[in-house]
Design a protein around this ligand. Structure first.
Ligand SMILES: *Cc1c(COP(=O)(O)O)cnc(C)c1O
Length: 412
């Protein structure tokens, strides 16, 4: 084991982990086919991908679009979220979960997360429900489905819509049904860092015909189904995916299942070896999650046990050539966007005439989200596509740092 790599010792690893994206003949063939056909716009390949991806997630309908942020916005519009209505979101997520709400002139209200999973906490969510609440956006953080039983119960009790932010959860299943259409609808992203990618891209899934029709129309300039081309029925947008993106995604989709299974196996191995590790808290299993996608493998670093800072641990681990990062640095509400009291045209939405209430995000405080921002350590999904002995390296490196942590206490 010897000297820490950060002090010039030999790193635990001598070869790199897999990089992302992974692509091959399938993408090349599909892309060439589309290229040479000259049909680059909204056609066969897009339809084929929508159908195949919806089927993969056990949903009835798929409406493709430009990105995951757009998919969330389309979901909010299709669920009938109106200006001045409140939508409950977690603060431990990517900005799109909350900014999409602002984009439809609605008000994001932050509820805290469960510190163990990083997912929206149904109990705190219920506390944040008011007469203005219209919807909840649970994020299946890192691929772990949120507690959908609890959120569907709240939806029933308070007559709310559930829009899943499934932008980490391609392949995840809750009680044997894929994420995305567990609630009213769900948004997925195919941006470059995601587990299935075309550089940019997104899709909204739903089992609800009405939502499908609005989503289809909104993302296609407000057109009507089987209606004349230059007739527009709602204020929509052009959010269409291209055939070239769909060609790549169809290739990517052929590997998604096998990659999902491989990541889960490797994550289980890490879980088994880290669950009793002093100062490390892994994400607990939930039997209702019947398959779990891993966009990230996350654990919590308990600095009181290690007696070193998380940043020092991460630097030391990176020096052993284990790529880890600290994830979201601050809860969403601490972003300048929210601290400046979001203002659009006419002061909407925060001082919107429709809202008639004041929200001061400087007073928002979600202790678990704040703590997770300080404790989380993330390992990227591409690392989980390596072999079991590579996972062993991760564990060995953590053990090596733990044993030698005295050296790190004096600082790097
Ligand atoms: C990536 C992501 C999005 C948005 O996806 P884009 O395609 O980049 O717009 C939304 N929510 C979460 C949690 C994400 O990670």
């Amino acid at each position: 084991m010897g000297k820490l790599a950060i002090y010039g010792g030999r790193p635990v690893r001598d070869k790199p982990f897999p990089t992302w994206p992974i692509f091959g003949e399938e993408e090349r063939r599909n892309l060439l086919e589309v290229f040479e056909s000259g049909k680059w716009w909204y056609g066969e390949k897009v339809k084929e991908f929508e159908e195949k991806f919806a089927l993969f997630q056990d949903a009835k309908y798929g409406i493709s679009c430009t990105n995951g942020t757009a998919a969330l916005e389309i979901g909010l519009i299709s669920c009938g979220v109106k200006p001045g209505e409140e939508v409950i979101v977690p603060p431990y997520t990517f900005i799109a979960t909350a900014s999409s709400v602002l984009k439809v002139n609605a008000i994001p209200v932050f509820a805290d997360i469960d510190i163990k999973t990083g997912n929206l906490d149904p109990k705190d969510t219920e506390r944040k429900i008011t007469e203005k609440t219209k919807a909840i956006i649970p994020v299946h953080f890192a691929g772990l489905p949120a507690d959908m039983d609890a959120f569907l119960f709240l939806a029933e009790k308070y007559n709310l819509k559930i829009i899943e932010d499934a932008c980490h959860s391609w392949g995840s299943k809750w009680k044997n049904k894929g994420t995305g259409a567990l609630g009213d609808c769900g948004a997925f992203s195919f941006q470059m860092s995601k587990n299935i990618t075309s550089g940019e891209g997104g899709i909204l899934l739903t089992d609800n015909k009405e939502i499908e029709e609005i989503a289809r129309s909104y993302s296609n300039c407000g057109r009507g189904k089987d209606k004349p081309w230059y007739y527009h029925y709602i204020l929509g947008d052009n959010l269409r995916m291209t055939e070239l993106q769909a060609a790549i995604l169809l290739g990517q989709l052929t590997r998604l299942e096998e990659q999902t299974i491989k990541r889960e196996e490797n994550a289980k191995y890490l879980d088994k070896n880290l669950k009793d590790f002093e100062g490390i808290e892994i994400v607990p299993r939930d039997n209702r999650v019947t398959r779990r996608s891993y966009h990230l493998y996350m654990f919590r670093f308990i600095k009181e046990k290690w007696e070193i800072e998380r940043e020092v641990f991460i630097k030391a681990l990176n020096a052993e050539r284990i790529p880890v990062s600290s994830g979201y640095p601050i809860p969403l509400y601490k972003n300048p966007l929210f601290q400046k009291k979001v203002k659009g045209p006419e002061g909407c939405p925060i001082s919107c005439p429709y809202y008639r209430k004041k929200i001061d995000y400087s007073e928002v405080y979600c202790p678990n989200a704040e703590r997770l921002c300080e404790e989380a350590v993330w390992i990227s999904h591409s690392v989980l596509l390596a072999e079991k002995e590579d996972m062993r390296d991760i564990i060995n490196a953590i053990e090596k740092i733990y044993k030698n942590r005295e050296q790190l206490k004096i600082g790097i």
